[in-house]
Write a protein that binds this ligand. Structure first.
Ligand SMILES: [Mg+2]
Length: 96
């Protein structure tokens, strides 16, 4: 067990793997859209901002008014952000 308060390496690993599973599920659901090798990095950066805006929209009533959010919808938007971030991250690894 790690000695840093609140940091449980097993919990981190479980959460990251569960999130990665959710990312993969969404990627497979959208595989007909193709990959991102031929997608411009600037477009991915714009798409990341757009997906982030969708997260903000999904939580805005909760933040502003305390209205309960749609957990399933918010989870899906968070996964969208992660998948686009992954694509952009991947391009940064493979492009000069
Ligand atoms: Mg979205």
């Amino acid at each position: 067990m790690n000695t840093v308060a609140g940091y449980d390496p097993m919990r981190v690993e479980q959460s990251v793997r569960a999130f990665a599973d959710a990312m993969l599920e969404t990627m497979r659901m959208h595989e007909r859209k193709g990959g991102w090798d031929n997608v411009d990095s600037r477009w991915l950066a714009w798409k990341l901002a757009e997906e982030h805006a969708e997260v903000v929209t999904a939580i805005s009533d909760y933040v502003l008014y305390g209205t309960p959010f749609n957990r399933r919808a918010l989870a899906a938007e968070l996964v969208d952000v992660a998948n686009v971030a992954m694509m952009l991250w991947d391009k940064l690894q493979t492009e000069g």
